[in-house]
Design a protein around this ligand. Structure first.
Ligand code: DUC
Ligand code: ZN
Ligand code: ZN
Length: 466
């Protein structure tokens, strides 16, 4: 029987760092051993000398092939998952969408159809609920039985995604009965829309107005309200894409009171700031490449978010990967910032960027593993199978070379977009090898597995159990 051994590396989990070889059979980790086991002639050896051996990244927030803002996100399940793998991510959780007036079933079927035969790495789904009515509340049970155990609801985007507090509260109660988890886009969208209409009426059309019409307080208030609703329903709640100090303070306050309030942030909120939305002198529309929601914040928020990650007030770093090309897509909003499709590419660069945080002493090596893999696996019902290096786990493993520098650029990355928000940035580490269920899929920046499209499997996730 062919076995794979990852030799000479330092294994890093969320809790431990130790020298061990990792033995893999039939897609699973079967042993962690100190040197000494002899290789057979058939065994495949991967050298990890000088490298860290970490669990494959889990990006629990992506939007592949998503209709949004009058267009479709530029990566589909083929290009998006291949890009993820090149960056050391071996599992994604994407957002299926319930169309208004449609069923959860139809939304889920549509997302399975998008992913099957295309995804190159393993994937799960959250379900975006645009209506919580008797029918969809009933359907939540079927989603959970099928391994789609988390739901996203929006306080923003009136007429598109926004649901009112009563619907959110009903969905929370139902999730509580079933063991599901409600995740929230916690920005209060009704007043935001008034600010947008006022800015446009005053003739303000440039990308920076995306930030100026979505103030921090709108997110902080939404966060507080989401936590209050979850506290009333006696359920956990998870804030997606938290971007700002005051929103974080609401989460801290809740956690200090012992509430199961969780939050993720994203690399764009740790590394980029509001000034990027101003574009270049003479080319203010370049700022459109930085339009994502919530908006990028002034620089001083970065330190608060890093502190939140260190102190366990923020649990996860995901990407909210939702890429749109400048040409033809971001262009839709050239004369109206509110028509710029919302989102940025990121699924491939998350680990690279956070590694920079490790090298700068902002987070520890173990915390890096925890926020990029272990915590999302635990919160979203995959732990044991995904999210750690342990006997019995899927052999989703990254050999991370801390000395392998890389220049981030649209020309060196695999995401299907015509720009990179991090163009020209040199990052200090990169994957040397990436394995998915024991198969070597990326080595030295090259796709090396025989199969690509369709090799990824749907991950049936468990109920919330923290
Ligand atoms: N929220 C997301 O999570 N993704 C894209 C845009 C948005 O508002
Ligand atoms: Zn959102
Ligand atoms: Zn998103």
């Amino acid at each position: 029987m062919t076995r794979t051994i990852i030799q000479n590396g330092t294994v890093v989990t969320a809790s431990d760092t130790f020298a061990a070889d990792v033995w893999i059979e039939n897609g699973k980790i079967v042993a962690l051993a100190q040197a000494g086991i002899k290789l057979g002639p058939e065994d495949q050896a991967i050298d990890a000398k000088g490298c860290y051996v970490i669990p494959g990244g889990i990006d629990c927030h992506t939007h592949l092939d998503m209709p949004f803002g009058g267009t479709n996100s530029a990566d589909d399940f083929d290009s998006g998952t291949v890009a993820a793998a090149h960056g050391g991510t071996t599992t994604i959780v994407d957002f299926a969408i319930q169309q208004k007036g449609g069923s959860l079933r139809a939304g889920l079927d549509a997302w399975h159809a998008k992913a099957e035969g295309k995804a190159a790495i393993d994937y799960g789904f959250h379900m975006i609920m645009t209506e919580a009515n008797a029918g969809t509340l009933e359907e939540m049970a079927a989603c959970i039985r099928e391994g789609v155990t988390s739901f996203k609801m929006f306080m923003a985007y009136p007429g598109v995604f926004l649901v009112d507090d009563q619907q959110i509260f009903r969905a929370m109660l139902r999730a509580g009965e079933l063991g599901g988890l409600i995740t929230m886009h916690a920005e209060i969208g009704l007043p935001i829309d008034v600010l947008i209409q006022r800015a446009l009426a005053e003739g303000h059309t440039a990308p920076i107005y995306h930030a100026l019409t979505r103030p921090e307080i709108a997110e902080a208030t939404g966060t507080e309200r989401a936590i209050a609703l979850a506290e009333m329903a006696k359920v956990p709640v998870y804030m997606v894409h938290l971007s700002a100090q005051r929103a974080l303070e609401r989460v801290m306050e809740a956690r200090d009171r012992g509430l199961p309030a969780y939050a993720e942030t994203c690399p764009q909120y740790l590394f980029l700031d509001e000034d990027h939305l101003r574009g270049d002198p003479g080319d203010e529309f370049k700022g459109a490449g930085y339009v994502a929601t919530p908006a990028l914040r002034p620089k001083h928020h970065h330190d608060h978010l890093w502190r939140g990650l260190r102190n366990y007030d923020l649990s996860v770093v995901a990407t909210d990967h939702c890429p749109f090309c400048m040409k033809d897509q971001k262009e839709l909003g050239r004369n109206d910032f509110s028509k710029i499709p919302n989102g940025m590419p990121g699924v491939e660069t998350r680990l690279h960027l956070l590694w920079e945080g490790v090298t700068q002493g902002k987070i520890s090596l173990n915390r890096f593993v925890e926020i990029t893999s272990t915590a999302p696996a635990k919160i979203f019902g995959m732990y044991g199978k995904k999210g750690t290096i342990a006997v019995g786990a899927d052999a989703d493993v990254v050999v991370w070379d801390p000395k392998r520098e890389k220049v981030l650029s649209k020309d060196t990355l695999h995401m299907r977009v015509d720009y990179s928000p991090f163009e020209g940035r040199k990052v200090p580490g990169s994957p040397r090898a990436v394995l998915s269920r024991g198969e070597l899929i990326v080595e030295n920046d090259q796709w090396v597995a025989k199969k690509k499209q369709g090799r990824g499997q749907f991950v049936r996730r468990g109920t919330f159990s923290l």
